[in-house]
Design a protein around this ligand. Structure first.
Ligand code: ACO
Length: 422
């Protein structure tokens, strides 16, 4: 590979370049400060590679998303979510026996320690289920002390998160919790724990199961996004996988990241209340003096289309047709999408509907309430976080993550005794 030459006044330094599997190019600047005294400044890390990774490939310009080399479209149409978990974490699609063992292990570890239910009793009813989930995942190692068995930790995280999510939901609506059943699959167990009641078993259709499978698969990983970078950052201090993933859940809760699908529905509801005021909201989004953004539009990486949004739109149509749902919010969503896609502001900035625009609509159709949307995202992202944590910890060259900064604060100043301060 050629080297990059950087000239700073009289000094010219040569920096090695690197090429990834898909011909992505990088300049290795790790020795820059030692050679020149300069750091690189890249607010929001928009142009900074924080690691080498073998897990997920994204080409934002061409709308490509692959997990471990497999196209998202193939995985979404042919794989189950637990298979995708295995693929992301262990870098192979499970062979029949591996798949069976994986299924059994995930089922066996679905129960959470009975004492953990005490925590759930004491969260106030107003607690956001995302805050509850983050706290409960952080609490898991207290109940399952370190046995130095990473595979067991991984199984526990994948198996128990769905139970924790379902308990958080049941508690938030004041219904008794439903325990997992050992002869049920991951998806069937989850749906049953969410929607069955002691009086009513939950009967779900294949279309709904497929839609949920799709939702979890398309959320399973997205390379170095905010929450995954958080997991890697926290894990780089050799914090446990539980602590690292819990931090990832907190990062995901922000409205600019995982919280966006909830915000989409809240925005649609606000538009409905104001009498389908689509035009007004488009104008607000374009007004630079107004902090409002069209939620569910735009993406840091995808600049032509989001392949996940494409898959979800199709599933959305299938679910809505089967359930014969006529939802005013869906009509507003369609109007908004059409208006934005024809508006030069959105076209010039390449602002297209992202995954969150449709996932909120689909969750709503599945009967999942708005405050659970981000929690569902966390459930799907769990294998991605774990895969990145594991990749980092398995790499002997990984160092603690510690970025630099450009200090622009006050120069040194003398300390003022209290009487001299104004
Ligand atoms: N509505 C209106 N204008 C927007 C929007 C939006 N949703 N998104 C970006 N823009 C505008 C910006 O104001 C900016 O305009 P300018 O060039 O005139 O200043 C331009 O488009 C570029 O936007 P940036 O903020 O630089 O884009 P960035 O890559 O930093 O942000 C983000 C990406 C956070 C997703 C942004 O598009 C956004 O806030 N969208 C709404 C929130 C959302 O849907 N988030 C979910 C993201 S997907 C996920 O996390 C799974």
């Amino acid at each position: 590979m050629q080297t990059a030459k950087l000239t700073l006044g009289e000094q010219t330094v040569e920096l090695p370049t690197l090429e990834g599997t898909e011909k992505e190019l990088a300049i290795d600047i790790s020795a820059l400060r030692a050679k020149t005294g300069y750091i690189t400044l890249d607010q929001g890390y928009a142009n900074t590679g924080s690691c080498k990774s073998e897990i997920t490939f994204i080409d934002g310009e061409r709308g490509i998303l692959r997990y471990r080399g497999y196209d998202i479209e193939d995985l979404a149409s042919q794989a189950t979510f637990p298979e995708v978990c295995y693929l992301l974490i262990y870098d192979k699609l499970p062979a029949p026996q591996e798949r069976e063992n994986w299924r059994k292990q995930l089922t066996q570890h679905s129960l959470v320690h009975e004492s953990m239910l005490n925590f759930f009793q004491h969260f106030p009813p107003t607690a956001h289920p995302m805050d509850v989930l983050s706290a409960m995942v952080a609490a898991l190692p207290a109940f399952y002390p370190d046995e130095n068995d990473i595979h067991l930790d991984i199984i526990r995280l994948i198996a128990k998160t769905k139970t924790l999510v379902a308990i958080a939901y049941k508690k938030s609506i004041g219904e008794p919790i439903v325990y997992p059943k050992s002869d049920y699959s991951y998806m069937a167990n989850f749906l049953r724990m969410m929607f069955a009641t002691p009086a009513e078993p939950y009967v779900f259709s294949k279309t709904l199961e497929d839609a949920l499978n799709l939702l979890l698969i398309i959320h399973a990983d997205h390379e170095q996004n905010c929450s995954t970078s958080t997991v890697r950052m926290v894990g780089s201090s050799h914090a446990s996988v539980y602590a690292s993933v819990s931090a990832g859940i907190s990062a995901l809760s922000g409205p600019l990241h995982g919280g966006a699908n909830q915000e989409v529905l809240e925005m649609l509801e606000a538009i409905r209340k104001e009498g389908s005021a689509t035009k007004k909201y488009i104008a607000k989004a374009k007004d630079k003096n107004d902090g409002f953004r069209l939620m569910g539009f735009g993406h840091r990486v995808y600049k032509n289309f989001d392949p996940r949004a494409k898959l979800l739109k199709k599933s959305c149509d299938a679910v809505l047709a089967e359930l014969k749902i006529d939802d005013p919010l869906l009509n507003i969503a369609k109007e908004l999408e059409e208006a934005a896609l024809q508006d030069s502001y959105f076209v010039e900035r390449k602002l297209f509907p992202n995954v969150d625009f449709y996932s909120g609509i689909l969750y709503r159709a599945l009967g999942i309430p708005t405050n659970m949307f981000t929690v569902m995202f966390a459930l799907g992202r769990m294998p991605g976080w774990i895969a990145h944590w594991k990749e980092m910890r398995d790499n002997p060259q990984e160092r603690i993550h510690r970025p630099r900064q450009l200090y622009v604060g006050s120069p040194q100043r003398p300390f003022l005794p209290l009487g001299e301060r104004k």
